[in-house]
Design a protein around this ligand. Structure first.
Ligand code: NAD
Length: 294
C-alpha cells in the first residue's frame, strides 16, 4: 500500500519504519528537519511537505503531539482532507481530545474518506518492537481496511466504539498510568530512604500485590532497568509534557461528564509542578525526581 506517514517523533518514526519493513511504500514527513534527517538515515523516504507526502497515498497515518496539531494538519481549506482522493483511509494515532477526533472524523466522512482515531499504548519500546496496543474509534468498515496496517505496528487492536471512543479509552488508560507511575515512584523513594536496594525492592513489589507496568517495563529509578528511560537520563520515551496533556484531557472530560477523578487531578498537578521545574521534555518517569532526596 502507498502510505503517507506524518509525524516522525519518538513514536511515529519507529511505527513508519515497521510499515516500510513490512513491504509498504511509505512517504514520511515531519516539521522538524532533525526528525526527518534521523529517519532518512534509517531508510525512510522523506517528502518535502505533508501535501507532497499524501500524493498518491491510499492511506494517511498521523502521529502528532496534540489536538491542535491534528486539527491543523487535516482541517480547513489547506488541510490534508481537502486534498485526498475519495476512499483514502485516514488513521490518526496521536492522543488528542475525543471532540477533536470527532471533528476530524465528521469532516473526513463528509468527503468520503474512511477515518479512525487509533491512539496507542506501549511506549517507544512497543513502537520499535511493533507490539503497540491500538484503541480504535470509528466504523467497522474503516477498521477492516486499517487492520492489516495496524497489525504491522501493534500486537493488540481493540475497537472501543464510534469516532472518538479510542481517545476516550486512551485517556482513561493514561490517567491510570500517570497515577501508577507516581505511586510506584513514591514507594521506591520510601524504600530507598530507608536504605533498601531499589533493585531488590522493585523485584519484591513486581512479584507482589503492588506489581504493575512501571515495575515490569518502565522502572523510574535509575540503575534498576537498563531498557527504561531512567537508564538514559530520561531522554526519549514519553515526555512529561505529553503526560500532562493527557491528564488535562482526562480532567476536562471528567468535568464534562461529572465524573469524580481526584487522583487523576492530583497526578496532573504533580506532573505540572515537575514541568514547571524545567523537566517537561524529560520522560514522565522522571517525576520520581520530585519525590526523592537528591
Ligand atoms: P514527539 O514529540 O516525540 O513527536 C511528535 C512529532 O510530531 C515531532 O517530531 C514534531 O516535529 C511532529 N509534528 C508536530 N506537528 C507536526 C505537523 N503539523 N506536521 C508534521 N509533523 C509535526 O511525540 P511522541 O512521543 O512521538 O508522541 C506522539 C503522540 O503519541 C502524542 O500524542 C503522545 O501523547 C502519543 N503517545 C506517545 C507515547 C510515548 O511513549 N512517547 C506513547 C503513547 C502515545
Amino acid at each position: 500500500m502507498n502510505i503517507a506517514f506524518i509525524g516522525l517523533g519518538n513514536m511515529g518514526g519507529p511505527m513508519a519504519l515497521n510499515l516500510q519493513k513490512a513491504g509498504h511504500k511509505v512517504q514520511a514527513f515531519d516539521l522538524s528537519q532533525a526528525a526527518c534527517a534521523k529517519w532518512a538515515e534509517q531508510g525512510l523516504a522523506i517528502a518535502a511537505s505533508a501535501a507532497d507526502a499524501v500524493l498518491g497515498a491510499e492511506a494517511v497515518i498521523s502521529m502528532l503531539p496534540a489536538s491542535q496539531h491534528v486539527e491543523s494538519l487535516y482541517l480547513g481549506d489547506t488541510g490534508l482532507l481537502a486534498q485526498l482522493a475519495s476512499g483514502t483511509l485516514v488513521i490518526d494515532c496521536s492522543t488528542i481530545a475525543a471532540a477533536s477526533a470527532q471533528k476530524v472524523a465528521r469532516a473526513a466522512t463528509a468527503r468520503g474518506l474512511p477515518c479512525l482515531d487509533a491512539p496507542v499504548s506501549g511506549g517507544t519500546g512497543g513502537a520499535i518492537a511493533g507490539t503497540l496496543t491500538f484503541m480504535v474509534g470509528g466504523e467497522d468498515a474503516a477498521l477492516a481496511l486499517a487492520r492489516p496496517l495496524l497489525e504491522k505496528m501493534g500486537a493488540n487492536i481493540f475497537h472501543a466504539g464510534a469516532a472518538g471512543a479510542g481517545q476516550t479509552a486512551k485517556i482513561c488508560n493514561n490517567m491510570l498510568l500517570g497515577i501508577l507511575m507516581i505511586g510506584t515512584s513514591e514507594a521506591l523513594a520510601l524504600g530507598v530512604a530507608n536504605g533498601l536496594d531499589p533493585k531488590v525492592l522493585s523485584e519484591i513489589m513486581r512479584r507482589s500485590s503492588g506489581g504493575n507496568w512501571a515495575l515490569e517495563k518502565y522502572n523510574p529509578m535509575p540503575g534498576v532497568m537498563d531498557t527504561a528511560p531512567a537508564a538514559k537520563g530520561y531522554a526519549g520515551g514519553f515526555g512529561t509534557d505529553l503526560m500532562l496533556k493527557d491528564l488535562g484531557l482526562a480532567q476536562e472530560n471528567a468535568a464534562a461528564v461529572k465524573a469524580s477523578t481526584p487522583l487523576g487531578g492530583l497526578a496532573r498537578s504533580l506532573y505540572a509542578a515537575h514541568s514547571l521545574g524545567g523537566q517537561g521534555a524529560l520522560d514522565f518517569s522522571s517525576v520520581i525526581q520530585i519525590l526523592q532526596k537528591r
